[in-house]
Design a protein around this ligand. Structure first.
Ligand code: SF4
Length: 170
C-alpha cells in the first residue's frame, strides 16, 4: 500500500472498479442507481455459465462487506468467471482489487480469471505496481462519483451493446 493511502475511505464495490475501466460515464450512471445491466442478456449468460462450469457443490462464492463478491475461493486462489475476454483489462483490475482487498484483511492469495466459454484462463498476481494501480483506480472512482454531472461522452467500441446506450446516444 502506498504510504498515506487510507483504504477505508476509498473502498468500493468490485463492479465499480470494473466499470471504471469499461467507461467512466457508465460508472457514474451505475452509481446513481440506474442499474439496467442486471437484466441484460450478457449478465444472465455470465450467471448461467458460472453455474454450468462450476457445479454447485464445488462453488464457494463469498461476499465480503457487501462490497466484493468473489465467484470461487479455494485454498490458494480466488477465481472470477467471465463470459468473454472482450473487456480483459476491466476483468483484470477487478480481480486485482479483490486480491488487494483480501490483502488488507491479512489474506494473501493469487487470482485466476476463467473464461469457460473460450476454454481460457488468465492467472493474476498482485505486484507492488498493481497495488498502486488499484489505489489510483479507487482515487479516480471517488473523483468521478463526486461530480454532479456524468463524465463527457466518448464513443467506445462497445457502446451499442451497453445498457446505457439510450442515455448516451438517443
Ligand atoms: S453507451 Fe458508451 S459512452 Fe455511454 S455509458 Fe455505455 S459505454 Fe459509456
Amino acid at each position: 500500500m502506498e504510504k498515506g493511502f487510507d483504504f477505508n475511505s476509498f473502498r468500493t464495490t468490485g463492479i465499480k472498479v470494473n466499470y471504471l475501466y469499461v467507461c467512466e460515464r457508465k460508472l457514474w450512471f451505475f452509481d446513481r442507481g440506474i442499474q439496467m445491466e442486471s437484466t441484460s442478456d450478457k449478465v444472465l449468460m455470465g450467471k448461467i455459465l458460472n453455474e454450468y462450469s462450476y457445479p454447485r457443490e464445488e462453488k464457494k462464492e463469498i461476499l465480503i462487506d457487501n462490497l466484493i463478491n468473489i465467484d470461487i475461493v479455494d485454498d490458494n486462489e480466488i477465481h472470477e468467471v467471465k463470459y468473454s475476454n472482450r473487456l480483459a483489462d476491466a476483468d483484470r483490475i477487478q480481480l486485482l482489487y479483490y486480491l488487494y482487498y483480501l490483502k488488507q484483511m491479512g489474506i494473501e492469495k493469487t487470482g485466476v480469471i476463467n473464461y469457460p466459454k473460450m476454454k481460457k484462463k488468465e492467472e493474476v498476481i498482485l505486484t507492488a505496481d498493481d497495488e498502486k494501480k488499484v489505489e489510483s483506480a479507487l482515487i479516480r472512482i471517488n473523483e468521478i462519483l463526486k461530480k454532479d454531472v456524468p463524465p463527457q461522452l466518448q464513443k467506445k467500441p462497445y457502446c451499442s451493446k451497453c445498457a446505457y446506450f439510450e442515455f448516451c446516444w438517443s
